[in-house]
Design a protein around this ligand. Structure first.
Ligand SMILES: *[C@@H]1O[C@H](CO)[C@@H](O)[C@H](O)[C@H]1NC(C)=O
Ligand SMILES: *[C@@H]1O[C@H](CO)[C@@H](O)[C@H](O)[C@H]1NC(C)=O
Length: 389
């Protein structure tokens, strides 16, 4: 090989190294024994990575590292990739003194690749009393994304979160792909992915088994595209609950396709509070869905009242243009299709197309029930539609 070629090659290699600089946490003094808290080390690695231009890779080698609560904040000078070859384990204690385990904030171009997050939730779940205690202390969410844009979270596993697994707030252009989420079906409030005030969010080819909603979509969410989701156990995929606070922004353009629900408490759900503040839900499509032994496969519930503040006042959230297309399988509840809209602002543009749901219990046939619902049914309707043809 000529000297010139060697020089060219080494220059190229240098260029590449500049383009993708790796920060191995072990080089910063991390000990992967599952007992030594690496949060200070991770901060140091993060600060270095965040300040360097080009793509910075923070490498977490193939071991299990104990990690205290951290908030990894940008903006950074370049793209950041957290490559988790091993696992991160949260403290065992129920509270971490914050509302999160790992938070990413103000970051553009973030990738999280591979690895296992173990939230060690089992010790925390007994302390979740938020259903009874209004002043309850919220348990920490495994991973929060606040003001994160252009992110790709892939091949990542999250287990036994203390509260929700993933929470997105004020994010844009975020893709979850081949993510696995797991927590026992009786673990409280362990939502898989909760998002609010976010747009252009893609969730693809992911398996979610948990104790609350597999995915829940809150106020101000728009352009949400979910495909290839296997949900169950869990409470299904839910829009809402909405209407619980003043000035909520609309939830629009939500698409769920080619997904399965197995043994879930609900499958396709929109829920709003009653009484409620004003709100808007529109342009929602659920398409090509298989449910197996799921309760409430199709449910719009505008009378959702989790606390003891219920009254006879109706919801003020307007729901329109919601399409259920090619939904089939078995229901564990007799009312397989329940569309219970608000008498104050009835639903409009509800579409039921090719619905085939059997009751899989004994002694009954699946039925559908509508209230204050306007729209039309097309194609197969089993159970017979409660909307006019
Ligand atoms: C959702 O994404 C899938 C690919 O992941 C695409 O085929 C589909 O057209 C998208 N749907 C909408 C409504 O954007
Ligand atoms: C849903 O179930 C069908 C039929 O069993 C299967 O072919 C498909 O791959 C499943 N999809 C997901 C996302 O699990």
């Amino acid at each position: 090989m000529s000297l010139l070629m060697l020089m060219v090659m080494s220059a190229l290699a240098k260029n590449q190294a500049q383009a993708r600089q790796v920060f191995n946490i072990d080089d910063f003094g991390a000990v992967g024994d599952g007992k030594t808290d690496i949060s200070k080390v991770l901060y140091n690695a993060w600060n270095r990575a965040c300040q360097s231009k080009g793509t910075s890779v923070i490498l977490i080698p193939r071991r299990t590292y104990l990690l205290g609560p951290v908030r990894l904040v940008g903006p950074c000078s370049g793209a950041i990739e957290l490559q988790i070859e091993g696992g991160l384990k949260a403290f065992h204690s129920p509270q971490l003194g914050t509302d999160h385990w790992i938070t990413f904030r103000y970051i553009d171009r973030l990738t999280i690749a591979g690895g296992v997050l173990d939230g060690q939730g089992a010790a925390a779940w007994p302390y979740n009393d938020c259903s009874k205690n209004v002043g309850c202390k919220k348990l920490p969410v495994t991973m929060r994304f606040d003001f994160v844009t252009n992110a790709w979270i892939h091949d990542l596993t999250s287990l036994d979160s203390k509260n929700s697994h993933f929470n997105l707030f004020a994010c844009r252009e975020v893709t979850f792909e081949r993510v696995t989420i797991g927590a026992p079906k009786d673990s409280p409030n362990t939502d898989g992915i909760h998002l609010a005030t976010s747009s252009n969010i893609f969730i693809r080819d992911s398996r979610i088994a948990t104790g609350d909603d597999c995915i829940s979509i809150g106020t101000g969410s728009t352009n949400i595209n979910m495909t290839g989701i296997a949900c169950g156990p869990g409470h299904g995929i839910s829009i809402g609950s909405l209407g619980g606070s003043r000035n909520e922004q609309p939830v629009t353009r939500v698409f769920l396709g080619s997904s399965n629900f197995t043994g879930t408490q609900n499958a396709l759900r929109i829920k709003t509070r009653a009484p409620s503040y004003q709100g808007v839900v529109s342009d929602i499509t659920f398409q090509d869905i298989i449910v197996q032994n799921a309760g409430n496969p199709i449910i719009i519930d505008q009378q959702y009242c989790p606390y003891k503040t219920c009254s006879s006042e109706s919801s003020q959230v307007k729901i329109s243009d919601v399409r259920f297309r090619n939904i089939r399988g078995t229901s564990s509840s007799l009312v397989a299709v329940a569309i219970n809209c608000s008498p104050a602002v009835p639903c409009t543009g509800i579409e039921l197309r090719d619905i085939n749901l059997e009751y899989d219990g004994r002694g009954g046939k699946a039925s559908s029930a509508c209230a204050n619902a306007n729209g039309a049914a097309y194609g197969t309707q089993n159970p017979p539609s409660c909307l006019k043809k």
